[in-house]
Design a protein around this ligand. Structure first.
Ligand code: SAM
Length: 280
């Protein structure tokens, strides 16, 4: 079958994946949702024709998103996940018996239900008794909630469509209001490489830096995201990203495929061009 899924990384660069089967397609009230089966990446899903997660490399994104802050502050017990519809972030959080509650606020219930049906590799822990699923706009939730959190994970789409508000100053300010003093915010922080994601990355960084005492980025190499060079944001008023406070034995017991304490520190060592962008 000569079928390909193609994503435009820029107006002049395309990324294509040969697919076995187009498993599902629906225009939800928020975005276009598609699931595919492919020869090399296993199953994957897209939102508005942008790669979200695939069976082959989703571990990189989800391990770095979660084990990085959990290692900085192993006392995290109450977690808020904004977005994260495929469940990969929740799966990694559920590895920690020390975590008592995970609230996941996802705007699009159809993403969650189809991920549970078609992508159990990421979604299978959404039924964990500690997980509370709320189908709502994350911007509204952080504005209204009276709860306080140790960790806020902003596992968002790009700042277009429903995800745009998750990159706004007001949203970050409201996250700061509901974050406990020892708390940490991590976010999907785009990429420094292509112009569009670079601009979004710099905008997000400038806002976070103006709100939190510490705001920086750490990096991972995710082959199926535009350029492969991807960033995560780390923000806190008390915690430092380079602090390795979690136990090596615990991390080793998880048998992770990407994250380890050496990668934790190395991910903070940024190329000069990225350091320059963050200064602007
Ligand atoms: N975890 C995936 C990955 O590996 O990169 C991608 C992120 S996840 C699929 C992004 C989720 O954010 C989507 O399920 C989308 O529906 C959700 N989302 C977008 N805007 C939102 C909003 N304003 N509030 C809550 N969830 C939102």
């Amino acid at each position: 079958m000569n079928n390909w899924f193609t994503e435009f990384w820029t107006n002049h660069i395309k990324f294509s994946i040969r697919i076995k089967e187009h498993l599902f397609s629906q225009q939800t009230p928020f975005q276009k949702l598609d699931f595919y089966d492919s020869y090399e990446l296993g199953r994957f899903f897209t939102l508005d024709d942008i790669m979200m997660a695939n069976e082959k490399d989703e571990f990189i994104y989800h391990e770095m998103m979660i084990h990085f802050p959990m290692t900085v502050n192993p006392k995290i017990t109450n977690v808020l996940v904004i977005g994260g519809g495929d469940g990969g972030s929740v799966r990694e959080l559920c590895r920690y018996s020390s975590i008592k509650a995970i609230t996941m606020v996802e705007i699009d219930e159809i993403v969650v239900r189809k991920a549970q049906e078609l992508l159990p590799q990421t979604a299978h822990k959404l039924s964990d008794p500690r997980v509370k699923l709320i189908f709502a706009d994350g911007c509204q939730f952080v504005r209204d909630t009276k709860e306080q959190y140790d960790l806020i994970v902003i596992d968002s789409t790009d700042p277009i469509g429903p995800g745009e508000g998750l990159f706004s100053r007001e949203f970050y300010q409201n996250c700061a209001k509901i974050l406990k003093p020892e708390g940490i915010v991590v976010n999907q922080h785009e990429s420094p490489y292509f112009e569009q994601t670079r601009i979004e990355m710099m905008r997000a960084h400038e806002k976070l830096r103006s709100i939190f005492a510490t705001a920086t980025v750490y990096q991972a190499f995710i082959p199926t995201y535009p350029s492969g060079h991807w960033l995560f944001g780390f923000a806190s008023n008390t915690q430092k990203p380079q602090s390795i406070n979690g136990s090596k034995e615990l991390i080793d017991s998880f048998n992770l495929k990407y994250y380890n304490h050496e990668i934790h520190l190395a991910s903070l060592v940024l190329p000069n061009y990225v350091k320059d962008l963050l200064k602007k």
